[in-house]
Design a protein around this ligand. Structure first.
Ligand SMILES: [Zn+2]
Length: 209
């Protein structure tokens, strides 16, 4: 799958037809954009003293997210069929990840490189709206309950910790904190939050769900 075709496209349909319009009538719509990124296609028709329609697109996206470049010092994992591009972030966060990987490799020159797991999608937004699945109590899980709720605008990165020694874990945490990350231990990974502590959304981004 190429990057463009990984972006969902939605056609807005239905009730935007307006009838019996006088000429030069001004119309306005309010649209609440979705939590997930998508290219949204509109068709708006109007009827009256004239008849016209307009098609246009809106990109619901977080601008300026960039891909984690390839490196000998780290790798990325966690891509799925639904999300083949799971390694995007803000440029400043990418730079900090490079710094973390570099200092880690200097501290542990014989260790394997760091492995970054899920970051953000190319256009950001809710990371994974998922399929409706059966929960343990056999009731359908709500569609919009999502993992990685905070991984939506390039500030959050999961760093795989499986197989690392206690000493390596302590060092990684310290190195990441020096780069401005808060570090949440999620068992098999560290959830790194690069949002500024003074940001009003800081606490919300400090969780990995
Ligand atoms: Zn996370």
């Amino acid at each position: 799958m190429d990057l463009q075709s990984s972006i969902p496209a939605y056609d807005v349909q239905g009730s935007s037809c307006v009838y019996e319009l006088a000429q030069n009538t001004e119309l306005s719509w309010v649209m609440i954009l979705p939590e997930f990124s998508a290219e949204i296609n509109f068709l708006i028709s109007a009827y009256g003293d004239f008849m016209d329609y307009k098609r246009f697109k809106i990109q619901a996206k977080v601008p300026a997210l960039v891909a984690l470049p390839d490196s000998d010092l780290y790798s990325s994992t966690g891509a799925t069929k639904a999300h083949p591009f799971n390694y995007y972030a803000r440029q400043d966060v990418i730079d900090k990840l490079k710094n973390i990987a570099k200092e880690y490799s200097e501290t542990f020159p014989k260790a394997l490189g760091l492995v970054f797991n899920d970051m953000s999608l190319p256009w950001g937004g809710l990371f994974d709206i998922g399929e409706e699945v059966l929960c343990p109590d056999d009731k359908p899980c709500k569609y919009w309950v999502a993992p990685h709720r905070s991984h939506r605008d390039g500030y959050n990165v999961d760093l795989k910790t499986n197989g690392l020694t206690a000493g390596q874990l302590i060092q990684i945490k310290s190195i990441a904190e020096k780069q401005g990350a808060s570090v949440l231990d999620e068992g098999n990974h560290y959830h790194l939050n690069f949002k500024s502590k003074s940001d009003k959304d800081y606490d919300e981004y400090n969780v990995c769900y």
